[in-house]
Ligand binder design. Structure first.
Ligand SMILES: C[S@@+](CC[C@H](N)C(=O)[O-])C[C@H]1O[C@@H](n2cnc3c(N)ncnc32)[C@H](O)[C@@H]1O
Length: 283
């Protein structure tokens, strides 16, 4: 009850919709964990990633904090694409679910630009009301990125970027089968994570969440997921098994990569591990 009240109060105390210029960000306060490559291995990997995804360099220097975090995500996406490339198309519509303050979007832009002649990137976040110490919210940061994207000629030429403040369960109802790629980096599949991040316990429903996420995909669309721990992998598998069992006749789930365990690069704590998934909707 208290967590629901807390959530409602947080929403109510967020009356302004501002857009913070990314060059004004003091730091990426959601992610102090990322770091510039400093070891020979990480420097080499960065070089490889920039060659493979040259549009990463289109991200303006004002996006320094975004680039720092995005390199870590780019590394993971590149690992997934290494064995299972995503088919290219005219426009790559990429939806990132749980986009936080938008800092996850740099990697999505760079990869989508390799998959389509044009990109249409949508960052979706339910909790845009979280305040930072500088008095701005996640939503303010996300809107700042969208503005900066539109005002940067090299990015504007690539396509569009949106930061949508919504629950994926609602968004999916109005945007079914619209995405070529959907990414969910570290989704809440365990209740303790969901409540620790200040979301009301009664809204915890990972099965409904992944049903909505899956419905966003076009036929042949690809879903990318990362998890944090073996407990999460177990819960993730349960969600996907239930989703598969629920799918209409003739609609398949191809699991190209299932819980691939990797060591993270570009993080301050080098022992961090992630579990990566890549699934495709077949019909
Ligand atoms: C653990 S955070 C991961 C953030 C980011 N993807 C990353 O890798 O750092 C999960 C995010 O998903 C968001 N989220 C949870 N449920 C959601 C929903 N139903 N619709 C949209 N976003 C949601 C949360 O608010 C949170 O920001």
């Amino acid at each position: 009850m208290f967590d629901l009240l807390h959530w409602k109060i947080r929403q109510a105390f967020c009356p302004f919709k501002r857009a913070v210029d990314p060059s004004q960000w003091l730091m990426n306060l959601d992610a102090p964990a990322y770091t510039e490559p400093s070891t020979p291995d990480s420097i080499l990997r960065q070089k490889h990633l920039l060659e493979r995804f040259p549009h990463f360099d289109d991200l303006p220097s004002a996006w320094a904090w975004v680039k720092l975090e995005s390199l870590y995500q780019l590394d993971q996406i590149a690992t997934l694409l290494q064995t299972h490339p995503i088919p290219q198309g005219e426009t790559c519509h990429w939806v990132d679910v749980g986009s936080k303050n938008g800092t996850t979007l740099g990697a999505c832009v760079a990869v989508a630009a390799q998959l389509g002649e044009k990109v249409q990137i949508t960052g979706l976040e339910l909790d845009t009301f979280r305040y930072y110490l500088d008095g701005y919210t996640r939503g303010d940061y996300g809107r700042g990125l969208v503005k900066s994207f539109a005002e940067t000629p090299a990015l504007n030429a690539l396509g569009t970027l949106d930061f949508v403040e919504a629950d994926v369960n609602n968004y999916a109802q109005t945007h079914p089968a619209t995405a070529d790629v959907v990414s969910c980096f570290l989704p809440f599949v365990l209740a303790k994570e969901h409540t620790a991040w200040g979301l009301p316990k009664q809204d915890f429903n990972p099965h409904a969440f992944f049903k909505s996420v899956w419905s966003l995909l076009k036929p042949n669309g690809v879903l990318l997921i990362s998890n944090l721990s073996e407990d999460e992998v177990h819960a993730q598998r349960q969600c996907l098994d239930a989703l598969e069992a629920d799918s209409p006749e003739g609609q398949g789930m191809l699991r190209h990569i299932e819980a691939l365990e990797i060591e993270t690069r570009f993080m301050k704590c080098s022992e961090e591990r992630r579990f990566l998934w890549m699934l495709q909707k077949i019909s």
